[in-house]
Write a protein that binds this ligand. Structure first.
Ligand SMILES: *Cc1c(COP(=O)(O)O)cnc(C)c1O
Length: 428
């Protein structure tokens, strides 16, 4: 593990900000005065660049009506190609292996339905028990559609401690009856980053198709898909990637599967050249865009153009380097200054095993989060006892992290959380 040197005190935090090569990116984001936004892993902060590209498309609609599809050399009819090529760079994939469409949940359906052709011998889908629930709902329903019972056909690797998944246990569970393995790259609660390359290689050794959910890694952890070489992947674009609430999601299909028939098809998956011949025979696009279905939502895509400008200027390697450093700084401060208040760290410590957020545990996590909001801090609570803190590299400063620690200490010291209700709100 890389040794880092940190010190207590605001002067040290300010020195770190002065040395931060990404500090200048902050002014591109819509930072709200007086607010500490620690929830960029749930919904990334708006940026001026994203707003600008969105307003541009709204203006084009106003001016051109139906002709919006053809202006700028048909850029908006082909927007998924144009933006997909750029997103592909974030994960080291080939340009035509990535498209953007729908949401993560639907893209899981698209990926699984393409590969799930069960036989008596091979019919199981291997998953873990810590993934986000929607992934599981999608997989269970795909299994049911083929007449199988998820209790039998969905094989679940259990976490030993409710925080981490053991890669050896996943590999051990890759038995001959497993057809597909589907896992998160980074676990949404504990921030554990799985060794994707190793797990993918082990799956392939056993003839198993493997898909990855990058929701909690895209835009925070660089991936090298050329080396990992998985079969498919999905992700959302509204977390670290900051493309806006409900922003269009991502989809990766390895080029070796371009000849496969998509499980769900639609006319936007047709070759562009023959799409408007409106024939009843599907003429599949020979790339990842063949998995497209219907008319693309331009307003859910446009902010991505702006935010990608920021990503390309900053570079994924720099983003990851700062993310690892600022989360390490946060962990250092938690251990130095918060242990006495009942706080502890629930994420892995090694750089190679953690994503972009810190999993802060406390038995009063829910009420502490409520008290944080009263203090103009936007945290993220996850049942039962986790406060997720994401010091997003592009817009969070070391000084903000330092201030956050003081607020966390004060809430427990003054028992401010005791005034809060235990009752859960609709969106926690
Ligand atoms: C955020 C997240 C989702 C969200 O799915 P949507 O279809 O975009 O609502 C799915 N899976 C994981 C692992 C996530 O972290």
């Amino acid at each position: 593990m890389r040794m880092r040197h940190f010190e207590d005190g605001i002067a040290f935090a300010r020195k770190k900000d002065e040395e931060d090569v990404l500090f200048g990116m902050r002014k591109r984001f819509c930072i709200q005065p007086g607010e500490l936004y620690m929830d960029g892993n749930s919904l990334g902060m708006a940026s001026k660049d994203a707003k600008e590209s969105l307003y541009h498309v709204i203006d084009l609609w106003e001016k051109h009506g139906i002709n919006i599809w053809e202006v700028e050399n048909s850029k908006y009819f082909l927007y998924q190609n144009f933006l997909g090529d750029r997103v592909a760079k974030l994960i080291g994939a080939k340009a035509d292996e990535v498209t953007i469409m729908t949401n993560t949940t639907v893209n899981i359906h698209k990926g699984i339905s393409t590969f799930y052709h069960p036989t008596k011998e091979r019919y199981k889908i291997l998953v873990d028990d810590l993934n986000f629930p929607t992934d599981r709902y999608a997989i269970d329903s795909q299994v049911k559609l083929k007449g199988y019972d998820p209790k039998d056909a969905v094989k679940v690797v259990k976490s030993a401690d409710g925080r981490l998944i053991d890669e050896d246990a996943i590999i051990e569970a890759m038995t001959d009856d497993v057809l597909i393995c589907f896992l998160p790259a980074v676990l949404y609660r504990s921030a554990q980053l799985l060794d994707m390359e190793r797990v993918t290689a082990e799956a392939h050794k056993r003839g198993i198709i493997i898909g990855w959910d990058l929701c909690h890694s895209i835009g925070s952890v660089p991936h090298d898909f050329a080396a990992i070489d998985p079969d498919f992947a999905v992700w959302c674009s509204y977390k670290y990637l900051s493309a806006g609430p409900g922003a269009i999601a991502g989809f990766y299909m390895n080029s070796r599967h371009f000849d496969k028939e998509p499980g769900l098809t639609g006319w936007f998956g047709n070759k562009n050249e023959t799409q408007f011949q409106l024939r009843h025979e599907f003429d599949k696009d020979p790339t990842a865009h063949g998995w497209q279905t219907g008319t693309q939502p331009l307003f859910s895509m446009a902010p991505m153009e702006g935010i990608l400008n920021i990503y390309e200027e900053a570079g994924m390697e720099q983003i990851r380097a700062k993310s690892l450093d600022i989360t390490a700084y946060l962990m250092y401060l938690i251990e130095e200054k918060l242990s006495q208040y009942g706080y502890s760290i629930g994420n892995p410590r090694e750089d190679s095993k953690r994503g972009g957020h810190v999993c802060l545990e406390h038995e009063e996590a829910y009420r502490i989060c409520k008290a944080l909001k009263e203090n103009h801090v936007i945290p993220d609570f996850r049942e039962p006892n986790v406060i997720r803190l994401a010091p997003v590299a592009l817009y969070i400063s070391y000084e903000e992290v330092y201030n956050l620690i003081d607020i966390l200490a004060e809430i427990v010291e003054t028992k401010a959380y005791e005034k809060m209700s235990h009752e859960r709100s609709l969106v926690v």
